[in-house]
Design a protein around this ligand. Structure first.
Ligand SMILES: O=C(O)COP(=O)(O)O
Ligand SMILES: [Mg+2]
Length: 223
């Protein structure tokens, strides 16, 4: 019997460029327990990934800002505050870095993501003025409400599905996964993970990206 999974997306199911590893289609659709995609990405991204993987749409998006479980959507965090901080960042010469279409933030409901090419010092300075925190996921900076975390989103999913977070195996790659690692029964940082994720994980894997993730999933299937 395999355990339920709570999986980060970027850096865990993807390559370094954030492109989905096609092997996700080999292992996740037939996983015989709940699979929760827990990501910093905006809500539509993990929902569409669940759809195309043929999984129930059970997601923790926007670092816990949006949770979808059994058709129920809940929100945490203050998009207006984050937008005001982003506007002030731009007013002081910052650039969100995504171009006019901004498909990174277009559908965000609780926080704002900024390109890693942005002026980090200015971003942190402005965010602090708005009592917001900046999280670096290795793929973007996230300006978000303190206390909104993937782990809190997972706990909400567990309440709804009648699981305990300790039943879950968690795999991730960055500081925005540390909270999940703190509540999951067993947590793994892929070899490409940042120091915060590695320190929070029960185990740091030898392999990176999907190679690391698959090493865990295959061992779970064999045990
Ligand atoms: O959206 C990001 O910056 C990273 O997303 P992730 O939490 O799936 O790694
Ligand atoms: Mg990640």
């Amino acid at each position: 019997m395999v355990p339920p999974l709570v999986l980060d997306i970027d850096g865990t199911l993807t390559d370094a460029d954030g492109h989905l590893d096609p092997r996700a289609f080999d292992v996740l659709p037939s996983w015989d327990a709940p699979v929760v995609l827990a990501t910093g990405k905006a809500f539509p991204y993990p929902v569409s990934l669940c759809h195309y993987l043929g999984l129930p749409e059970t997601v923790v998006a926007e670092n816990g800002g949006v949770v979808l479980v059994e058709g129920d959507v809940t929100f945490a965090g203050d998009r207006e505050d984050a937008q005001a901080a982003a506007d002030e960042f731009v007013a002081r010469g910052g650039d969100l870095g995504w171009g006019p279409a901004d498909t990174v933030n277009r559908w965000r409901e609780t926080e704002i993501a900024i390109s890693l090419d942005a002026d980090e010092a200015l971003l942190r300075e402005v965010s602090a003025e708005f009592d917001l925190e900046v999280v670096d996921t290795g793929f973007a900076y996230h300006v978000k409400s303190p206390g909104v975390e993937k782990a809190v989103g997972l706990e909400h999913v567990c309440d709804r599905l009648d699981y305990d977070p300790a039943d879950f195996v968690a795999i991730g790659d960055s500081e925005n996964d540390a909270s999940t690692f703190g509540v999951a029964g067993q947590s793994y940082a892929v070899a490409n993970a940042d120091d915060v994720a590695k320190a929070a994980a029960d185990e740091v894997l030898e392999d990176s990206y999907m190679d690391g993730t698959l090493s865990v999933l295959q061992s779970l299937q064999e045990s």
